[in-house]
Design a protein around this ligand. Structure first.
Ligand SMILES: O[C@H]1CN[C@@H](c2nc(-c3ccc(C(F)(F)F)cc3)no2)C1
Length: 330
């Protein structure tokens, strides 16, 4: 079995939303596929109407296949301190044609203000490792872990794009979506993340620095959060760039000509075009812009979010004893 689902960007590529069918008859919700967490949770009819502002809601009472998981609860806090919690059902979930008939669907009973104001985001579909799923008292499996054995290959791929729709594929590597070779690197999943070593970096045409650092491949994080020294070296090449703590990071004149950022996976080198690193204006007249590369200070590892991931075709491969990530140009 294999399948393919759209990943459509919201404004500034802040996140990508993927249609997911839940229940019988199918209820379609647009979820944020997040390789940095492991809960599939949805806005639901179980939450107060005051915290729903335009989102689609999963209604288990309208699904003939929904079954409540007695006494199960969940709660999760994301990197930006947004939050959600609720109860659990088992129901049919179909993503891009790949279906599992008893997926834990975590129905929200409460969400933080940030989720309420994100009108198009109906929930998250976590694809990190099931060891960090938050359901209690018995942890549940991710959608990928549930379907892996029925997939032609136990892997999924991310082909995110700059200001355009891309794809998440399950169970197959579509060779038309990349060029050259896929470079694989081992993943350390002991913290539940797709964590790997970035082998080094380069700024524009400057010499590549072979200084490796650990990072997680996180489709749910918008920006690329990298070691402070790397980020400082990058913005040193941008005239007028400065670290503006009131804005929460490095900003620069929107007209700046940004250098590309090169990152290493093993012996391979991948490039984020400078244009991708001009994330969004911070002011209404569009004179000052916020950088797509920011510091990972205080996190403990780098977070390779969409700004970086959209520059490559990425394979999340759990088909062998040791999981691995594959990167290819496209
Ligand atoms: O926790 C880490 C796991 N992956 C990262 C992630 N963060 C979100 C997120 C989505 C939407 C919102 C909101 F709508 F604005 F509330 C907030 C956070 N999704 O994945 C961070």
């Amino acid at each position: 079995d294999s399948g393919s689902a759209r990943a459509s960007p919201e404004q500034y590529d802040i996140q990508y939303l993927t249609p997911v069918e839940i229940g019988t008859p199918p209820q379609t919700l647009n979820l944020d596929v997040d390789s940095g967490s492991s809960d599939l949770w949805v806005f639901s009819t179980e939450m107060p109407a005051s915290s729903v502002k335009g989102q689609a809601q999963y209604d288990p009472s309208k699904s003939s296949t929904a079954k409540r998981v007695q006494d199960a609860t969940w709660n999760i806090t994301y990197g930006d301190n947004s939050y959600s919690e609720g109860i659990v059902y088992k129901d049919v979930v179909n993503v891009g044609g790949v279906s599992f008939d008893a997926q834990a669907v975590e129905a929200a009973t409460a969400v933080s203000q940030t989720f309420t104001t994100d009108a198009n985001d109906d929930g998250l579909l976590g694809l990190a490792f099931s060891t960090i799923n938050t359901v209690q008292p018995s942890q549940e499996k991710t959608f990928f872990d549930n379907v892996a054995s029925e997939l032609d290959a136990a892997l999924w791929t991310a082909d995110l794009k700059y200001h355009k729709s891309g794809c998440y594929d399950f169970g197959v590597i579509d060779d038309s979506k990349y060029t050259g070779q896929i470079t694989y690197t081992d993943v350390d999943s002991s913290d539940g993340f797709w964590m790997f070593d970035v082998s080094g970096y380069g700024i524009g045409n400057n010499t590549f620095q072979s200084t490796s650092f650990q990072g997680i491949a996180d489709t749910g994080t918008t920006l690329a959060m990298l070691p402070a020294q790397v980020v400082k070296a990058y913005y040193k090449q941008v005239r007028g760039a400065k670290l503006d703590n009131s804005q929460g990071g490095y900003v620069f004149p929107c007209q700046a000509n940004l250098p590309s950022f090169v990152y290493g996976v093993g012996n391979a080198r991948y490039e984020i075009p400078g244009q991708y690193i001009n994330y969004a204006p911070v002011d209404n007249d569009g004179t000052t812009c916020f950088g797509g590369i920011q510091s990972d200070a205080g996190i403990g590892f780098a977070i390779l979010g969409d700004i970086l991931l959209k520059s490559a075709f990425v394979v999340f491969d759990a088909s062998e004893n040791v999981p691995r990530l594959g990167f290819a140009k496209k």
